[in-house]
Design a protein around this ligand. Structure first.
Ligand SMILES: [Zn+2]
Length: 244
């Protein structure tokens, strides 16, 4: 199918959709200019600097035992200044138009909310939310940036932890059940910038009982054959052209 026809097909699918849900994978953050932690070059650079792989550094065990080094890594590598791409603004417009019902996202930068999306599930948490491990008091990302080394609670002195999921951690069960509910309710599923290698996405899509799966990604995925519409491109080159 020609690219232009594909865009028409996408418009038609969205027009007919009653309950559209979008799943946003790591491609949505890559198109904002940030490569994944495990991406080869970035992982190599991190390992050179810290003597450990990102898989080792970005874990609960490392956070608990080498908190100061963890925070050095976290400030330099995770607390990046990432601006939303045209994709999430397009999703917000689709949501305002009543078309898109829920955005399920894997980035920790609240890209969707910052673009104006409202019903968002951030599966891996958010760098903007942090809490004291002892008393639970909430802290902003600025508090984390301001602390010179380990950020401590100003009330009880406990260590502050970012509300993000580290590698190997279980995802929040409430978010997982909401994700499942939304997928079950949807009749059109937009898979955006995801190769579906994440277990959650891969398994949950099996519960989709709707009529159309649309896949927009610039790499081959495990679901290419099942997709009703497949567009090999970055979502930011496609979604804004829908005209919402
Ligand atoms: Zn505290």
């Amino acid at each position: 199918m020609q690219e232009l026809n594909k865009l028409d097909t996408l418009r038609e699918i969205i027009d007919k959709g009653q309950y559209i849900v979008a799943l946003c994978g790591s491609g949505m953050i890559e198109e904002c200019g940030l490569s994944p932690l495990k991406e080869q070059e970035r992982a190599y650079r991190i390992e050179e600097k810290y003597g450990r792989s990102p898989e080792y550094l970005y874990t609960d065990a490392f956070f608990n035992t080498r908190t100061e080094t963890f925070y050095d890594f976290y400030r330099n590598e995770i607390l990046a200044d990432v601006e939303p791409s045209a994709s999430t603004y397009a999703l917000a417009a689709m949501e305002r138009a009543g078309k898109l019902k829920c955005i399920i996202s894997s980035n920790v930068y609240e890209l969707s909310e910052r673009s104006g999306c409202r019903n968002v599930i951030n599966l891996h948490g958010s760098i903007y939310h942090n809490h004291c491990q002892k008393c639970g008091r909430q802290y902003s990302v600025d508090d984390i940036k301001k602390a010179r080394k380990v950020p401590y609670c100003e009330i009880c002195g406990g260590v502050i932890r970012p509300d993000v999921s580290f590698f190997g951690e279980m995802l929040d069960s409430d978010k997982l059940s909401r994700t499942l509910e939304e997928i079950e309710k949807s009749d059109v599923l937009l898979l955006l910038g995801t190769s579906l290698s994440s277990e959650v996405f891969h398994n949950y899509i099996k519960c989709f009982e709707g009529s159309r799966i649309v896949l927009i990604h610039n790499e081959k995925t495990l679901l290419d054959e099942k997709a009703d519409l497949l567009i090999y491109d970055e979502p930011k080159n496609v979604l804004p052209r829908l005209g919402y």
